[in-house]
Ligand binder design. Structure first.
Ligand code: NI
Length: 186
């Protein structure tokens, strides 16, 4: 089932998510829905707050970018109860977008390497290091679990330049190809 993606300005995107318990009801269908929603929107990553849930779950699938790097082809991953415990390596600025912030793309500085502890879709625990673009995408989605969005990392003149676009999203003036959940009217 394709779920609506919550847009920038929705309060759920600013919540710090909670770990889920092993008896979390409907985990398998939820993960299926997250991937279906991700593919429908032509994205490469989706975090639970983007579909309105305060649960510590994110999914990533880099296969659409397999022509850039063959190792992306099979990189379809679920991260449950994820916690990044180290970030290091050089900082790089690379352009990012977000399904919750349609039509805005900006360079975001991030560390090149992360170490993350998480459980997979079978609730098996992992402690793993990721580098490069994989580390970037995981950090972007992980930020969602902490109530952070990529535009928070942008400052100065660039932030001013996207301000009017962000204001449009806040007003519900959004055009995109997938189903969205706009900001509730006050
Ligand atoms: Ni995002």
């Amino acid at each position: 089932m394709i779920l609506p993606i919550y847009l920038y300005g929705h309060p759920v995107l600013r919540k710090v998510t909670k770990n889920i318990s092993p008896d979390y009801p409907g985990l398998k269908p939820l993960l299926d829905n997250m991937f279906e929603t991700l593919y429908n929107a032509d994205g490469i990553g989706l975090a639970a707050p983007q579909i309105g849930l305060e649960d510590r779950i994110l999914v990533v699938d880099l296969s659409p970018l397999a022509d850039q790097d063959p190792s992306f082809k099979d990189f379809r991953r679920v991260f449950i109860n994820a916690h990044i415990i180290e970030k290091d390596g050089p900082e790089e600025s690379v352009e990012e977008g977000c399904l919750s912030i349609p039509n805005i793309h900006e360079k975001v500085p991030r560390k090149n390497r992360i170490r993350i502890q998480y459980s997979d879709e079978n609730l098996q625990p992992h402690d793993e290091v990721f580098e490069g673009y994989k580390a970037r995408v995981i950090q972007h989605e992980y930020d969602h679990l902490e109530g952070i969005m990529f535009v928070d990392h942008i400052s100065g003149i660039r932030k001013q330049m996207i301000r009017s676009k962000l204001d449009k999203i806040l007003k519900g003036d959004v055009r995109c190809s997938y189903k969205v959940k706009p900001v509730p009217k006050k």
